[in-house]
Design a protein around this ligand. Structure first.
Ligand code: NAD
Length: 295
């Protein structure tokens, strides 16, 4: 049993913290939205009123926050995690943020003698609830070894992606593939439709051929071939277009900083930007197929 501070009890954080409670850990949670801490105490955790209260005496502190600016603020502010954590506490940031902020905050933690890993997730809210998330972890070997058993209480797959920031790098590279492949699969199904080729027939061929990919076989953007895909429930998310846009923008920021040419990643970011700005931000990202049909 470990004492864990958990900061950011939103759509992902609360079910993740709940799984830590279920695994027998003592979890003290903090969120700027006070009722969320009440939800944690209702299921056996402790409601902390400040970051310092969540961090006091904790063996590990986990954050699950919206974006890089929140992470920088929560860790580096004068009443933040780095100041409040006890000697020897392990810091785990599971938010999806830019690589540069992840590396900078980890360096500041290291300066204070604290071990830190970035550990963004894939699997969404359903994965957070079921405890089946995939964690992509960046940080030193020793910190990864300490983080692994804690992450295993919230996920099924835990991969060490290398040094600090590499968890974020793995996440945005994966999601750039996902955004591009979802558009590619959507375009193919739309072309098939116009050519008089039935969606199920295209699926039967392409799912067994070189066009096969996750966006088609697990998350097909047209109704029918994959019964569990959001296309069969009017594109209710799932993984929202807003989340996809966030990750594609992070990938583009990283590509610019690293001077890497990613024309398809750039086009995907632009298309998801248009899709989101036309009132579809809260829709599942596979709904881009309807947007492309109308575009
Ligand atoms: P969310 O907005 O539901 O939760 C974030 C929580 O952080 C909110 O409850 C908010 O009040 C809290 N917060 C903000 N600033 C704070 C502060 N200074 N101190 C304490 N709490 C603060 O977002 P989410 O859907 O839970 O996502 C969290 C992270 O996980 C994001 O980085 C997101 O990109 C990533 N992610 C989300 C999903 C998903 O499907 N929702 C999937 C994979 C990754």
């Amino acid at each position: 049993m470990a004492r864990i501070g958990f900061i950011g009890l939103g759509n992902m954080g609360l079910p993740m913290a709940a799984n830590l409670v279920k695994a027998g850990h003592a979890v003290a949670g903090f969120d700027v939205v006070k009722p969320l801490t009440g939800k944690l105490s209702a299921i056996g955790g402790l409601a902390a009123e400040t970051i310092a209260m969540a961090c006091g005496g904790a063996d590990a502190i986990i954050t699950m926050l919206p974006a890089g600016e929140h992470v920088r603020n929560v860790y580096c502010a004068s009443a933040g995690v780095i100041g409040a954590a006890g000697a020897g506490a392990l810091l785990i940031d599971s938010s999806t943020i830019d690589v540069a902020t992840a590396r900078d905050v980890a360096a500041r933690a290291t300066e204070k003698g604290l071990a830190m890993v970035d550990a963004p997730v894939s699997g969404g809210v359903a994965g957070a609830q079921a405890g089946t998330l995939t964690f992509m972890v960046g940080g030193p070997d020793a910190a990864f070894a300490r983080a692994r058993p804690i992450l295993e209480a919230m996920g099924k797959t835990v991969v060490h992606a290398g040094g600090s920031g590499n968890g974020q790098a793995a996440k945005i590279c994966n999601n750039m593939i996902l955004g591009v492949s979802m558009i590619a699969v959507s375009e193919a199904f739309l072309l098939a439709e116009k050519l008089g080729l039935d969606a199920q027939r295209l699926f039967d061929v392409a799912s067994k051929s070189s066009g096969q990919c996750w966006s088609m076989t697990s998350y097909c953007p047209v109704p029918g071939p994959v019964p569990t895909s959001p296309a069969n429930r009017d594109y209710q998310a799932g993984f929202t277009a807003a989340m996809m846009l966030k990750d594609l923008k992070l990938a583009q920021d990283a590509a610019r900083a690293a001077q890497v040419v990613t024309p398809l990643g750039a086009a995907a970011a632009e298309l998801y930007g248009l899709f989101a700005s036309h009132g579809h931000a809260g829709e599942d990202f596979s709904g881009i197929v309807r947007f492309l049909r109308g575009a």
